[in-house]
Design a protein around this ligand. Structure first.
Ligand code: NAD
Ligand code: LMR
Length: 329
């Protein structure tokens, strides 16, 4: 292998998503089969031993593309020379915790990580935030990395998109390969808006193909938006393999480009498009080419879609204002 390895930093590496993610990165599924990777794992001190155990297993796979593994509890070391950063580790909401407490606890994680990325990452750094609340955590990290172009910070809504594909395919008796342009708008939360009005099924408008507006509004949207909670209820733990899979999809498409005539979903910094306030990290339909995600422009939004997007964006504005008042951005 003659190419220089790409440094991929993964935070929360000893967690359940980390366990589902690292083997896929090391096997070449994140960046492609011609790209060697060096993994840089960040964990909190008590979880370092578990991360070392995972690294032993990675060694035992003898992945031809894996050129090395570093394990640390120091963000300055973890992000040193990072080309790709997957920010997975976050503070989960626990009993008795208020929303402000959760945002504050995550500020304590994503502020220093943003600063470390600013100081030490490679010039081409691309960041995907998975840890919840993903959009606002991405905003916190981004606001502490003033030397990194803002568009290099993204939040994951690809899992929501993938969920929407499967739900629609089942309803129409088609496969996911028959569906295109099904994107998520807004926050990675129960207010998100999976948009069938711009989606296509075998070239036809998906909302028309469904032809059951009650299913669209009362079943499809809430099923997709609340799927994370349904998984927690069923599994007793939040989604892990599907979240790791979506992270792979997000980064692969960002780096390698999206398919002609299609788009995907990602939380990206708003440029004011569709009335979403500048600087908010909101999910949009996006395309990628040359290593940049760009918001798809010029889509018409009917009253139904407008109201759904506005509600989710209002929640993002509230979260932004809350972290601002806590001095986190
Ligand atoms: P987990 O609790 O199994 O693992 C999280 C890991 O992060 C732990 O090992 C913990 O030690 C580590 N960690 C905590 N603080 C850290 C820090 N400051 N630096 C480095 N590591 C740190 O959780 P999980 O199931 O892997 O989920 C991780 C996050 O992803 C959660 O916030 C979850 O809600 C979120 N999530 C997001 C999506 C999405 O679609 N965006 C989907 C599923 C889960
Ligand atoms: C998911 O969508 O599966 C997760 O964001 C749920 C969660 O709260 O961790």
């Amino acid at each position: 292998m003659t190419r220089t390895p790409v440094n991929v930093t993964v935070t929360g590496a000893a967690g359940q998503i980390g366990y589902a993610l690292l083997f896929r990165i090391a096997s070449g599924q994140l960046l492609g089969q011609d790209t060697p990777v060096r993994l840089k794992l960040l964990e909190i001190t008590p979880a370092l031993k578990a991360a070392e155990g995972t690294a032993m297993e990675l060694d035992d796979c003898a992945f031809p593309l894996l050129s090395g593994i570093d394990i640390t509890d120091d963000p300055n070391v973890a992000f040193d020379g990072a080309n790709i950063a997957l920010l997975v580790g976050a503070r989960p909401r626990t009993k008795g915790m208020e929303r402000g407490d959760l945002l504050e606890a995550n500020g304590g994680i994503f502020k220093p990580q943003g600063e470390a990325i600013n100081a030490h990452a490679a010039d081409d750094i691309r960041v995907l935030v998975v840890g919840n609340p993903a959009n606002t955590n991405a905003l916190i990290a981004q606001s502490h990395a003033p030397d990194v172009p803002a568009e290099r910070f993204t939040a994951m809504t690809r899992l929501d998109q993938n969920r929407a594909y499967s739900q629609l395919a089942k309803k129409l008796g088609v496969t996911v390969n028959d569906i295109k342009k099904l994107a998520i708008w807004g926050n990675h939360s129960a207010t998100q808006y999976p948009d069938l009005f711009h989606a296509e099924v075998n070239g036809k408008n998906a909302a028309e193909a469904v032809s059951d507006q009650a299913w669209l509004a009362d079943t499809f949207i809430p099923t997709v938006a609340k799927r994370g909670a349904a998984i927690i209820e069923a599994r007793g733990a939040s989604s892990a393999a599907s979240a790791a899979n979506a992270a792979i999809d997000h980064v692969y498409d960002w780096v390698n480009g999206t398919a002609e005539g299609d788009w995907v979903s990602a939380g990206v910094v708003s440029d004011g498009s569709y009335g979403v306030p500048d600087g908010i990290i909101s999910s949009f339909p996006v395309t990628s080419s040359g290593g940049n995600y760009e918001i798809v422009k010029g889509l018409d939004l009917d009253e139904f879609s407008r109201a759904k997007i506005d509600a989710s964006v209002a929640e993002l504005v509230e979260e932004r204002d809350a972290v601002k008042s806590l001095g986190l951005i």
